[in-house]
Ligand binder design. Structure first.
Ligand SMILES: [Zn+2]
Length: 378
C-alpha cells in the first residue's frame, strides 16, 4: 500500500490525460516514479537481488442486502466505518488483494443481495480507501447480472484506478497479464479463475468475461505470466461451501499450480477458513497454499462464516536457481464480522474479542495444523 499510494496518484493523473486514458491497468510499473525513494539505496546491488515484497490477501467480500442497507447514508453508501478497525493491517503491505465476490455494478443496474448480487460501487471505494490494491473477480457470482454487470463493475474499478483480475471486458483485456512491478522488488503476476458461475452460461463467444478453471488454459497463462513477472500469485474460487478442509480437487489443482512453478495459491469460496499448507512442485519449488481464506466482509450470520482473515507473506529472492523467488514468513490475522458495535457488520481483529478467546485459539490451531510455523498477527 505504501507504494500503491504513489501509484494511485499517478493513475489519477493518468486518467485526466486523454492520451493515456485508454491504457489498461494491466501493468503498474513504478520505474518512472520519482517519489519512490528506496530505488537509490539499491542501485549498486546485483540485478538479481531484490528487496522483499510484502503481500496480503483477504477472503470473500460478499455484500448482502443487509450489509448495504446498514451502510446507507443520505447520499449513497459508506462502508468505510465497517472496515475501520482492519484498515491499519490492510494498509501495511506493499500490495493487498481481495476476493470481491459480488460485482460492483452500481445502483444504475438495481442493487441486490443473495442469490443474485449487485453491489454499490461504494464497496470499491471503501476497499481502496482501506488499503486494497487488487481485486480478484472470477467468482461463482461474476455473472449474476450477466455481461452488463461485469462491464459496469469493470468500469467502476477502472474509474477507481484499481487493478482487477479474473473477469474481463474483451479478449485483449483477458490476454494482458496483470503484473505489479517496482524497481527494487520482485515483480508479481496475479491470475484468477473460478470453478463456475452458478449455472449461468457465459454469452456465446465471450469466454473472456470470466476465467474458468481449465488446466490447459491455466498452464498456458502461467507460462505467459512467467515471461512477464518474477513471481506468480494465483487465485482459485473452488472447494465446497462451509467445509473446514479442502477437497481432493482443491488439493489436485493447487499441486498442479505448484508443479507449474506458481509461488502462492489463494483459495476462496468455502466461506470458512481452511488450513494452510506448503506444497512442493515437481522442480522442488515451494508453493504457499491458502485453500480458503473464509469470509472477510459479508452478511452471513453463522458464527464460523463470520470468521475470516488476512494472510501476509514476503516474496524474497533466493540463491536457488530452480526457485529464485520464494514466499516466506506466512502470518495470519484472524478477523471476525461483529454485530456489536455501531454497525451490524463490522470487520474486527478476532483477538480483540475477549469473549471469543477460546474460538480464537481453536481457529489458530485449525489454520496451522499442517503448517506449525504459521504465526499470528494480533
Ligand atoms: Zn463463491
Amino acid at each position: 500500500m505504501r507504494l500503491l499510494l504513489a501509484i494511485a496518484n499517478l493513475v489519477l493523473i493518468c486518467m485526466l490525460i486523454t492520451a493515456c486514458a485508454e491504457k489498461p491497468l494491466n501493468t503498474i510499473d513504478s520505474k518512472n516514479m520519482p517519489n519512490l525513494t528506496n530505488t537509490s539505496l539499491h542501485k549498486d546491488a546485483p540485478a538479481n537481488i531484490r528487496d522483499p515484497l510484502t503481500i496480503s490477501a483477504i477472503g470473500d467480500i460478499l455484500i448482502h442486502k443487509r450489509v448495504y442497507t446498514n451502510a446507507k447514508t443520505k447520499s449513497g453508501y459508506d462502508f468505510l466505518p465497517m472496515l475501520d478497525q482492519v484498515k491499519p493491517y490492510l494498509t501495511k503491505s506493499d500490495i493487498t488483494i481481495a476476493n470481491e465476490e459480488t460485482m460492483i455494478g452500481g445502483k444504475e443496474l438495481g442493487l441486490s443481495g443473495y442469490p443474485s448480487f449487485n453491489s454499490p460501487k461504494e464497496v470499491g471505494e471503501a476497499l481502496k480507501a482501506s488499503g486494497v490494491d487488487i481485486v480478484s473477480i472470477a467468482n461463482n457470482h461474476s455473472l449474476d447480472k450477466g455481461e452488463t454487470g461485469i462491464r459496469h463493475a469493470i468500469k467502476n474499478w477502472e474509474d477507481l484506478g484499481m487493478m482487477y483480475t479474473g473477469a474481463y471486458k474483451s479478449r485483449k483485456d483477458q490476454q494482458q497479464i496483470r503484473v505489479y512491478k517496482t524497481p527494487a522488488q520482485p515483480s508479481v503476476a496475479f491470475l484468477s479463475y473460478t470453478y463456475g458461475t452458478n449455472g449461468i452460461k457465459t454469452p456465446a463467444g465471450k469466454s473472456y468475461l470470466v476465467n474458468r478453471i481449465n488446466y490447459s488454459v491455466i498452464k498456458s497463462d502461467i507460462n505467459r505470466a512467467k515471461k512477464r513477472a518474477d513471481a506468480i500469485v494465483i487465485s482459485f474460487h473452488f472447494g465446497k461451501q462451509y467445509h473446514p478442509l479442502p477437497t481432493q480437487e482443491q488439493k489436485k489443482l493447487s499441486q498442479f499450480a505448484a508443479d507449474q512453478g506458481v509461488d502462492v495459491v489463494i483459495g476462496h469460496h468455502p466461506h470458512v477458513l481452511q488450513p494452510l499448507e506448503w506444497l512442493t512442485g515437481k522442480n522442488g519449488n515451494k508453493t504457499l497454499v491458502a485453500y480458503s481464506l473464509g469470509n472477510f466482509f459479508s452478511g452471513q450470520d453463522a458464527f464460523q462464516k463470520r470468521i475470516g482473515g488476512m494472510l501476509t507473506f514476503d516474496l524474497v529472492t533466493t540463491s536457488n536457481k530452480k526457485d529464485p523467488i520464494q514466499a516466506e514468513d506466512p502470518r495470519f490475522l484472524i478477523t471476525f464480522v461483529s454485530s456489536e458495535g455501531a454497525y451490524k457488520y463490522e470487520v474486527v481483529p478476532m483477538a480483540s474479542l475477549k469473549k471469543y478467546s477460546g474460538d480464537y485459539e481453536e481457529t489458530k490451531k485449525h489454520l496451522s495444523q499442517w503448517m506449525p510455523e504459521l504465526s499470528f498477527i494480533n
